[in-house]
Design a protein around this ligand. Structure first.
Ligand code: DX5
Ligand code: ZN
Length: 216
């Protein structure tokens, strides 16, 4: 299991230190939640902060855009240093155009779906994706409770991907911890995003190791 700590759960007054700590703890990717206060009821940060983070870490940046009309901003986030970018299917009418923009810049492209959105709605795009991001909470805030009913959607996605596009990774995001990760691992998830489970723990290294499902 690959682990992507989500910085919105970090202590922003000690930002650089927090990022170094997860890097040293072998986090695989750094997950950056971009929220616009329109698509989701919260506001975080934009490309300027992504660029600053890119300057202080060697980790690959996994930018999760929770913004309306992502097609307008993709290039800015790529220029700022995003290596992996996901945008929400619910937030744009131009999914093909978004995929094309990200692909042309040779970045990893992911399509995100919120809990109410069925996998069937995005199936037709999977062929062009590097990863699909299945939200396991309603997007907007860290520290929410994992929605167990999404497990069925994850399994359905995996069953389809295994046959039609085996190199498309499955990423899940929201309420993931050292307990429910076991089930997600079994369900075929490749990457877990974790905010509170890492940054609100006493020992980041142990938290990340547990999420990687490594037997200690
Ligand atoms: C939710 C964000 C998640 C969140 C994860 O809208 O997309 O990335 O920060 O945090 P936890 O793991 O605490 O749910
Ligand atoms: Zn996220």
């Amino acid at each position: 299991m690959r682990v992507a700590p989500s910085v919105i759960a970090a202590n922003f007054s000690k930002f650089q230190e927090e990022i170094k700590k997860v890097e040293e703890a072998s986090a695989d990717l750094l997950h950056l939640d971009v929220m616009d206060g329109v698509f989701v009821p919260n506001i975080t940060f934009g490309p300027l902060i992504v660029k600053a983070i890119n300057e202080i870490t060697d980790m690959e940046l996994d930018v999760h855009l929770m913004i309306v009309k992502p097609e307008k901003y993709l290039r800015q986030f790529i220029e700022a240093g995003a290596d992996w970018i996901s945008f929400h299917a619910e937030a744009t009418e131009k999914t093909d155009e978004c995929i094309k923009i990200i692909r042309e810049q040779n970045k990893k492209v992911g399509l995100a779906i919120s809990p109410p959105t069925p996998f069937d709605r995005v199936k037709k795009y999977v062929d062009k994706l590097d990863f699909i991001l299945i939200m396991t909470v309603n997007p907007g805030f860290y520290g929410q409770k994992f929605l167990p009913e999404i497990l069925k959607k994850i399994e359905q996605t995996r069953d389809w991907i295994v046959i039609h596009k085996p190199d498309c990774l499955i990423q899940v995001d929201g309420g993931i911890n050292s307990r429910n990760v076991v089930e997600l691992d079994r369900a075929g998830v490749d990457i877990v995003v974790a905010g509170a489970a890492v940054f609100k723990s006493d020992d980041y290294e142990k938290a990340i190791k547990d999420l990687k499902c490594l037997k200690v």
